[in-house]
Design a protein around this ligand. Structure first.
Ligand SMILES: C[S@@+](CC[C@H](N)C(=O)[O-])C[C@H]1O[C@@H](n2cnc3c(N)ncnc32)[C@H](O)[C@@H]1O
Length: 212
């Protein structure tokens, strides 16, 4: 199903459905980002604000962006803070919604819906400060290899959202090409059970400072 149409519809149940991927990624994000410092954050694909709530407690200014008006409306209902700006923006279109340079960009469970990962790093390069971080939290590609995809149920049956599989090497090579070095790679398992396929992959990159 078309990604935007899916999230417009899914927004009504996104926060209340059982969703192990959503919940484990929230744990992963907090764990990875609690040890780094940042003031300004772009959260791309903020959805209903699951992670915006936590980021708001740590950052000075957050731009929370999503292309689904319905998802972002849920987030805006939850978070009333002068430090959080919600905007409608599409990752696949030009990022002309800001003149800011951010300390951190986060992508949680969104890049599986984006075909061209390299373009994401290319655009991120232009709107980040030196030594800025990029955090990615995704459904682990090992799960995707077994057929796992973003999906939800409606009265007319199960809806499967359009997804792309990105191998770990693809993220790392795209980041490297646009000046971001891998700092942390981690894998998150249901119930900490490392005999199973990991559910979540997290990657933390840092922008390399080029001295002329
Ligand atoms: C699985 S939800 C994740 C929401 C939130 N980050 C979380 O972890 O709960 C994916 C979100 O990405 C958004 N999204 C998907 N493709 C997008 C695009 N091209 N531009 C902006 N947002 C997009 C969807 O609208 C949806 O809100």
């Amino acid at each position: 199903m078309n990604v935007k149409d899916a999230y417009q519809e899914w927004s009504n149940q996104y926060d209340t459905n059982e969703n192990k991927t959503r919940d484990l990624e929230a744990i992963a994000l907090k764990s990875i980002l609690s040890s780094i410092d940042f003031n300004t954050v772009l959260e791309f694909g903020c959805g209903t604000g699951k992670n915006t709530v936590w980021l708001e407690g740590k950052a000075k200014e957050i731009t929370a962006a999503d292309f689904s008006e319905a998802m972002i409306a849920k987030a805006a209902d939850k978070i009333k803070s002068p430090h959080v700006k919600f905007i409608i923006a599409d990752i696949n279109k030009p990022w002309n919604f800001t003149n800011e340079k951010f300390d951190l960009i986060t992508y949680s469970l969104v890049l599986e819906h984006i075909q061209d990962v390299e373009a994401v790093f290319q655009k991120a390069q232009l709107i980040t400060k030196d030594k800025a971080f990029i955090y990615i939290g995704e459904l682990h590609p090992f799960k995707q290899y077994t057929g796992s995809k973003a999906r939800y149920n409606t009265d007319s049956g199960e809806q499967v959202v359009t997804c792309y599989t990105h191998h770990i090497s693809e993220f790392i090579q795209a980041a490297d090409k646009h000046g971001f070095e891998l700092r942390v790679l981690d894998e998150w398992f249901d119930n900490h059970d490392k005999t199973q396929i990991p559910r979540i992959l997290t990657l933390l990159f840092q922008k390399i400072t080029i001295n002329n």
